[in-house]
Design a protein around this ligand. Structure first.
Ligand SMILES: [Fe+2]
Length: 282
């Protein structure tokens, strides 16, 4: 049998352990797609909780959480909405309960000596893509998360982004695109393979991650990936939820943490509250 996995379209079921087949798939392509890990009922409750927490950010003018800015934009009707919310697990006890569920523990087997980074980096992130004129976040260009390691003065290590399917995504609905196998590229590939964030163009090597509600995906942060705008099929709006699995030095954040430069750059340009708050009082 070949050392590499062959079928890039294969989807899996999450059990009590990562199987050798799942490990091989991850090693080859840098991602794994698990079907129907969460019930529709759970996802609907998560959506409700997230909407409530987003409104809390607006009502209480929460501009940052654990030092990481909340990025605000506007809906079609002009109402203010957080379009990138870090540390949703701090804002919402229900989301925290879901992401600390023991059923997710097997994911740690994919990377030796890894841990869930719920108190590190940006914790549980909600990206709210709105494809409208005053939106500040319609899509996300090509990038890999290895650049962040360099901003943190760390060497490039494997890391996983765990995503929970709050909304469907596909070729025609928009959502995550990735280039399988690029987690194995060299440092020049990570740095110069594409123009980070600014390049949005489809790539002939990319595949759409076709997610149904309740699916769980993990993708290696070293992969080239992008998020395509939600289309008319999605009423031009989608939220995604992801959080990291990390290895290497443990660097927890708290309310006194300062935002690293790349986060400040990424958060620039959105509407600001006039009455500036130093950090969330949660
Ligand atoms: Fe990313």
């Amino acid at each position: 049998m070949s050392a590499e996995y062959q079928d890039v379209t294969k989807k899996f079921t999450l059990g009590e352990h990562i199987t050798p087949e799942q490990q091989k798939f991850y090693d080859t392509f840098g991602f794994v797609h698990f079907k129907k890990v969460f019930s529709e009922e759970t996802i609907m409750k998560m959506r409700e909780e997230i909407a409530k927490a987003q409104q809390k950010c607006v009502d209480e003018q929460i501009e940052s959480i654990n030092g990481v800015p909340v990025k605000f934009g506007q809906r079609v009707d002009g109402s203010l909405v957080p379009q990138r919310t870090p540390f949703m697990n701090v804002l919402s006890p229900y989301i925290n309960e879901i992401v600390t569920s023991p059923m997710l523990k097997p994911l740690l087997e994919l990377i030796p000596d890894s841990r869930f980074g719920l108190g590190e980096r940006d914790g549980v992130v909600i990206n709210h893509y709105i494809n409208a004129k005053k939106s500040k976040f319609k899509k996300l260009g090509w990038h890999n998360d290895s650049m962040r390691d360099l901003f943190y003065f760390e060497k490039i290590r494997p890391m996983l982004n765990v995503g929970i399917g709050l909304f469907p995504s596909s070729q025609t609905m928009g959502g995550l695109r990735l280039i399988p196998g690029t987690h194995l590229q060299n440092i020049f590939g990570f740095l110069f393979g594409k123009l980070h964030i600014l390049d949005n163009r489809p790539d002939p090597r990319e595949i759409p991650v076709e997610v149904e509600i309740g699916d769980l995906t993990i993708h290696d942060g070293r992969l080239w990936h992008r998020a395509a705008s939600p289309t008319v099929k999605m009423s031009h709006e989608r939220k995604s939820l992801y959080f990291p699995i990390l290895c290497g030095p443990y660097k927890p954040k708290n309310k006194d943490s300062k935002a690293p430069l790349y986060v400040k750059i990424f958060a620039m340009g959105g509407p600001k509250f006039t009455d500036k708050k130093p950090d969330a009082k949660i």
